[in-house]
Design a binder for this molecule. Structure first.
Ligand code: 3H9
Length: 696
């Protein structure tokens, strides 16, 4: 018998136990084992079959690592049909996470039971595909078309109680899957329960599938898989037979399997898990963190404190005055009230988190017991050095001292203490209790356990933590500066900010660079520009329209006017008509004759700037691997997940074409468009960024 599926007879019941840790993924061996188990049970004179998983879960889905490789028999759709066609009564007992192909095996069984904690779902669309082993045909037959559409297009996980209520499972029972499964099979046999195939049930009702398709496509901002899944569910309702529906599902599944978006989403799935696994930390234990300190209670500090509290980590927050501590407490309470409203915490938790778990103070002595302190004060080296001097004096030995700076040199900050080995950068993104990205910035003396502690904190706060070296802007802001500049050059040369924003959102970003500037506050970037101006290279082209807007007192959303005009009570803004005049003045002063840019060129320039800078960031070792950059852009900058990240996207487009475009742009401006040496090297070697991810 197969090693991944154990076969056992218990009276009249053939028991098939999956043992393919960690998640019982349905790889080729598991599929072979299931098929052999069903056949053996039928030959063995068994009356029923029980399928369940050993360890932490029932099958969590098809084995994603097999995608894109030649398929091996038996394939999952055929296996599911074979299970369903068995003359024996087949029962699945679920625990853990029955997802994707896993749930499809359960739907092909004749009866389904689950423990109360079991989670289920058809999350395939999140991997760029759709349920391809009958899920789109069987789920609507049990749950109805509307419910199935919602579950399949969102890919969300749902609990056993909801599954029972929607008719997806038959029973919930406390216990272990084997125990409850055997008892249920026994009960069914005693009752003389019939074999009950979902595929033989009546077709589900038809709905307005065209409307559902259009709405799903719009919601996905260009992601194809959820909308394509609508068409598969449509086949369940409209195809002339169950088999015809399965065929249609298969065709749509294969279409998505061959798509770039599938590759992008699978890349995101594995990179999200790989990004926080650093080989050098494998045998390094993080330091214990039971109390966190936060310096500064503005939006950022309060957000960081909120994130810690939501992870059940008590916080001591330091501000300069009593008024400021009160304001900080107010901000944190506001954030936590939001979490309460959304059902993320209970009333009792709210009371505890804003009560005993949160201390606000003005005296650094309150940090005496803190295990890790994050500084989130004004971005000024003098101020930071002073704060770190005080932390050095007050914090206990071994406390981790972290700075949330977005661009200042962490080595210089560390040098203002007598314990640079304990200093690290923890760069959160605003709002810090919402945004998933955490850049963990390693300074030259940072001790390995301190780095490990940064990553452990990231995990505890449910962040995607990415290691970054030191440079101006670290990984994310440095790359953002480059593509924002490309956007400004486009406008200076003739595109409109609204065209650029529309092209960028059309690509799948939630916002374009100019709307983003308005949201963040144009004054923030203005200050950074003024700071950088004295050291600017004379060869750099400098658009002026941005400053002109700020000089007029228009800072974006906070003042009601920027590139867009914002009216209270309305969402989003409308283009500010004064902007065109400022741009025209800038062009005139710089002697530029504006020209038209096709949308495709706007996108290509924007993406090339992003990719080129990202390649420099990897080439210089600021990011270790291309996937580190990809995860920074996905989780901190709204890069569409279905493209996997800028460097995955670049691989999919072909690096030689991207380099050729960069060289062509360099003919106009060879300062900004200097090709990244790493990109040139990869093209010369015929390699991709993904080859680097894999260690090539
Ligand atoms: C499908 O089923 C298609 C069918 O409809 C049609 C076919 C024709 N395959 O996440 P974790 C690995 S599509 C291979 O850290 P957790 C994962 O990479 C599939 N490997 O644990 C990690 O490896 P490592 C539909 C997988 O407890 C390790 O397992 N199913 C798979 O936080 C532990 O994972 C899904 O989309 C897989 N399917 O979360 C479910 N799943 O240790 C995808 C996991 O080397 N999986 N691994 O880094 C999940 O959502 C989560 O892994 C799960 C556990 C919730 C199960």
């Amino acid at each position: 018998m197969s090693e991944t599926i154990a076969y056992e007879r218990v009276g009249d019941v053939a028991v098939l136990k999956a043992q393919n840790p960690p998640v019982n993924a349905l790889g080729a061996e598991v599929r072979k084992g299931l098929l052999a188990g069903i056949e053996r049970a039928e030959q063995d004179g068994a009356k029923a079959v029980l399928i369940y998983g050993e360890g932490r879960t029932y099958f969590a889905g098809a084995d994603i690592r097999e995608f894109g490789k030649p398929p091996q028999e038996p394939q999952l759709p055929g296996l599911c049909s074979r299970i369903e066609a068995s003359p024996l009564i087949v029962v699945s007992a679920m625990h853990g996470t029955a997802l994707g192909g896993g749930l499809e095996v359960a739907l092909s069984s004749h009866y389904r039971i689950a423990v109360p904690s079991a989670r289920m779902g058809l999350p395939e669309v999140n991997l760029g595909i759709l349920p391809g082993a009958g899920g789109t045909q069987r789920l609507p037959r049990l749950a109805g078309t509307e419910a199935a559409l919602e579950m399949i297009t969102s890919g969300r996980h749902f609990g056993a109680a909801e599954a029972l209520e929607k008719g997806i499972i038959d029973k919930i029972e406390e216990g272990d899957p084997r125990g409850i499964g055997l008892a249920y099979v026994q009960e069914l046999l005693e009752q003389g329960a019939p074999r009950r195939a979902v595929g033989e049930m009546p077709a589900p009702e038809a709905v307005d599938f065209d409307a559902a398709y259009a709405a799903t496509l719009k919601k996905g901002r260009g992601q194809l898989s959820p909308a394509t899944a609508v068409r598969a569910v449509q086949a369940a309702a409209e195809a002339e037979s169950f088999e015809a529906g399965l065929k249609r599902e298969r065709a749509l599944f294969m279409e998505l399997m061959g798509s770039d978006q599938r590759q992008g989403l699978i890349h995101a799935f594995f990179s999200e898990r790989a990004v926080s696994k650093l080989p050098e930390l494998e045998s390094v234990a993080p330091r214990e963190v039971a109390l966190m300190g936060v310096i500064g209670g503005g939006t950022m500090g309060a957000g960081i404190a909120t994130a810690a509290l939501l992870a059940d980590l008590p916080v001591v927050l330091i501000e300069m005055t009593d008024d400021a501590t009160a304001a900080a407490r107010g901000r944190i309470e506001g954030n936590l009230k939001g979490a309460l409203r959304r059902g993320k915490i209970t009333e009792a938790q709210y009371d505890r988190l804003t009560g005993e778990a949160l201390t606000v103070a003005t005296d650094y002595a309150a940090l005496a017991q803190a295990d890790l302190v994050v500084e989130a004060v004004f971005e000024d080296m003098g101020v930071k050095r002073e704060v770190f001097g005080k932390l050095d004096a007050q914090c206990k030995p071994g406390a981790v001292l972290a700075t949330n700076t977005s661009y200042l040199d962490v080595d210089e900050i560390a040098a203002s203490t007598f314990r640079p080995q304990d200093v690290i950068g923890l760069h959160f993104f605003s709002p810090a209790h919402v945004m998933k990205l955490l850049e963990v910035v390693v300074a030259k003396d940072t001790a390995p356990e301190v780095l490990a502690t940064g990553f452990a904190l990231g995990k505890r706060l449910k962040k995607v933590a990415v290691r970054s070296g030191i440079c101006d802007g670290f990984i994310g802001n440095r790359i953002m500066n480059a593509y924002r500049k490309a956007a400004e050059y486009l406008v200076l040369d003739g595109a409109s900010p609204y065209q650029v924003d529309a092209v960028v959102t059309g690509f799948g970003f939630p916002m374009g660079p100019f709307a983003m500037g308005d949201l963040a506050g144009l004054d923030i970037n203005w200050a950074a520009r003024k700071r950088r101006a004295p050291s600017r290279d004379p060869r750099e082209r400098v658009p002026r329209f941005y400053e002109m807007l700020c000089e007029g007192g228009d800072f974006g959303q906070k003042t009601g006017k920027g590139f867009y005009i914002y009216k209270e009570g309305t969402r989003g803004g409308v283009p500010n008509p004064e902007v065109a005049g400022l741009i025209a003045r800038d062009q005139e002063e710089q002697g530029i004759t504006p020209r038209d840019f096709p949308d495709a060129e706007v996108l290509q320039r924007y993406m090339c700037a992003m990719i080129n800078e990202a390649a420099k960031v990897v080439g210089e070792g600021i990011a270790r691997r291309p996937l580190d950059v990809d995860m920074v852009m996905l989780f901190g900058y709204g890069f569409p997940r279905f493209w996997g990240g800028p460097l995955k996207w670049a691989d999919l487009q072909g690096l030689d074409g991207i380099l050729a475009d960069i060289r062509a742009y360099a003919a106009e401006d060879d300062f900004f468009w200097q090709p990244a040496p790493l990109l040139e090297q990869l093209v010369a070697d015929g390699k991709t960024f993904d080859d680097l991810n894999k260690g090539g």
